[in-house]
Each structure stands twice: as C-alpha cells, then as structure tokens.
Design a protein around this ligand. Structure first.
Ligand code: SME
Length: 160
C-alpha cells in the first residue's frame, strides 16, 4: 500500500482524478474490510480536492446510515427516497445538484453546503451505499466529477 498520497497542486481536476484513481485502487488492493477501505477513500478524496464534505451513506435495514466521511458532522440516518442521497438510492442513479435550494426535499446537514453530487454503488444489482460530495460553492460539480467518481464507485464494488 502507498504510504503517501501523490497530489500535483497545479494539476487540473481531470488530471487529479487520473492520478488519484490508480492510487485508490492500490490503497484498497488486498484489503477486504469495507470500513477501512471507505475511510481511506474519503481521506484520499478530501486530500486531493479539499471537498467541503465527502462521505458515504450505507444501506442498512432499509435506511441510509452515515459511514466514513471527512468534513463537518452530518445527519446519521436518511430514509428511502429522502434528500439527494435517498433519491439516488431510490432511483439507483447519479444525481448532480447545482443548487441545493432548487432540489425539493434536500437535507441540509450544513447551511454552508450549496451544491452536491451523489453516486450509488451496487451489490447484487441493488444499491449498497452512496457517495455524497458537498461543496460550499454553487454549481461545483460537472461531467468530469460524474465520470471519475463513477469510476471510483466501480472500484468500491470490487470489495462490497
Ligand atoms: N444533503 C444530503 C444529506 C447528507 S449531508 O449533506 C452530508 C441529502 O440531501 O441527501
């Protein structure tokens, strides 16, 4: 396992993702513990992009329960279909929200959060968890985040 995450401070967002993904693969390679792997993935994303909040909500007993994250304290449980995370789970798809005030039912864990992206990971064709990334700036996530964060979800599915 790598001991230090390599980040190029001058790199574009796309270049950072391209450098990050093989490092995430190396971090989780040979480790089967889900908590350990998800924890390192949130840390690697936080270190690389300094996201305001980045973390996982895990499907447990028909609700989402807060998992490993980096950032301010957050809501611990989210019901099926509620908020952006619950909607991503229900619809089993990636949701990008450029302005959280425009998303009906958005759950404001922090009033500083302005935009977000939520992506599901699947086990046995069912959503097993979602990754939630929040920004304190409007419209902070685009097709680059969608493309590369989705690749990270596919890496996560290897150890679910
Ligand atoms: N905003 C999310 C809730 C989770 S927190 O932002 C960390 C939502 O609407 O699902």
């Amino acid at each position: 396992m790598a001991e230090e995450l390599v980040i190029i401070e001058t790199a574009t967002k796309e270049e950072r993702y391209k450098l990050l993904i093989p490092q995430i693969e190396a971090l989780v390679d040979g480790e089967s513990d889900i908590t350990a792997n998800l924890s390192n993935i949130t840390a690697a994303l936080k270190q690389t992009f300094n996201f305001f909040w980045v973390g996982f909500y895990i499907v447990k007993n028909n609700e989402l329960v807060l998992g490993p994250f980096q950032g301010p304290i957050a809501c611990t449980r989210i019901a099926f279909g509620k908020g952006v995370c619950g909607a991503s789970w229900k619809e089993a798809k990636v949701i990008v929200v450029p302005n959280v005030d425009d998303f009906p039912g958005h759950i404001a864990c922090s009033s500083a959060s302005k935009s977000e992206i939520v992506l599901p990971a699947f086990k046995d064709n069912k959503v097993a968890l979602v990754l939630d990334v929040d920004s304190n700036q409007l419209n902070d996530f685009n097709s680059i985040d969608h493309l590369f964060l989705d690749q990270i979800m596919r890496v996560i599915e290897r150890f679910l």
